[in-house]
Design a protein around this ligand. Structure first.
Ligand code: PLP
Length: 283
């Protein structure tokens, strides 16, 4: 397996990050994750735009232009022979003696790897998944894609121990989002409900594409917060993320959503997303 670290492609066993990297010591960095289907990057411009924004918000210099990032991403996909899966990349503030203040002349550390994964034909897409709700214990700038994921690690582990595959995070009685996904419900009247963008959630790139696709398909949309009770009572529920596209949710806290099977609107949106992501010649 070939990874990218600070300007070089090398076998993962040889890729070493220094002990004093601020990503390791402080979680002082940001990341991105993007989906690959048919060997093509999905929504890459939007992911690179969000990376630029995350870096600017935490005052880390962006080491590459969009064209340079894209070249690196395409090369890592090619070197690993990956046709379907996920590209992860992160930028930390770099290596310096441990001190909270920004170092004067540290170079950002850039790391990138791929994970092959069946996204289009994932079994979870056919069966749907279970989620459980847990308190949202994250910080106040969830719009920044920070590598500090301790709250999500704890939330998703709690979900796993409860027999679920994702945690829905709850604040003041309202669902914010999933541990690593955007959360949606479909009302009994057939409209999609999704929380509006703010500092409380990550601006999901798949969420953004989904909203465009649902508008084009003429499916009504309500961009507002929804409560846990509303989610229990919904006709359908689903999540979106770069590594899952659109995934049906068939139970919340052990209660079946709708009839306990992936719903028709969710299935339609997943199909629409897949045909958007597919290379036209192969569709
Ligand atoms: N929300 C959180 C907290 C996430 O970590 C992620 C993805 O990892 C998402 C939402 C989905 O975002 P995207 O569609 O850009 O993958």
């Amino acid at each position: 397996r070939i990874v990218f670290l600070n300007g070089s492609f090398l076998p993962i066993e040889e890729a070493k990050v220094p002990f004093m990297d601020r990503g390791f010591l402080f979680g002082d960095g940001v990341y991105e994750g993007i989906g690959v289907l048919d060997g093509q990057l999905i929504d890459n411009e939007a992911h690179l735009e969000r990376l630029e924004r995350s870096l600017a918000e935490v005052h880390i210099r962006n080491p590459y232009s969009r064209a340079e990032w894209t070249r690196l991403q395409e090369e890592i996909v090619r070197r690993n022979g990956m046709t379907e899966g996920f590209i992860y990349f992160q930028v930390t503030r770099g290596v310096a003696e441990r001190d909270f203040f920004f170092p004067e002349n540290a170079e950002p550390t850039v790391a990138m790897f791929t994970q092959a994964k069946a996204i289009a034909d994932a079994p979870a897409a056919r069966t749907g998944i279970a989620v459980v709700t847990v308190p949202d214990q994250r910080w106040g700038r969830r719009d920044i894609k920070s590598i500090n994921l301790l709250a999500q690690v704890l939330a998703k582990q709690a979900a796993k121990e409860a027999g679920a595959q994702e945690a829905w995070l709850v604040e003041d009685g309202y669902v914010t989002e999933g541990g690593s996904s955007s959360g949606f419900i479909v009302t009994k009247k057939g409209s999609i409900v999704v929380r509006p963008l703010s500092n409380a959630i990550l601006p999901g790139i798949t969420r953004k594409s989904l909203l465009r696709l649902s508008e084009e398909a003429g499916i009504p949309l309500e961009e507002r917060r929804f409560t846990v009770e509303e989610a229990y009572d919904a006709a359908e529920a689903f999540l979106t993320s770069a590594s899952n596209f659109v995934l049906p949710i068939v139970s919340i806290d052990g209660r079946p959503v709708g009839d306990g099977k992936p719903g028709p609107i969710t299935k339609r949106l997943r199909e629409l997303y897949l045909s958007m992501a597919r290379v036209p010649a192969l569709a």
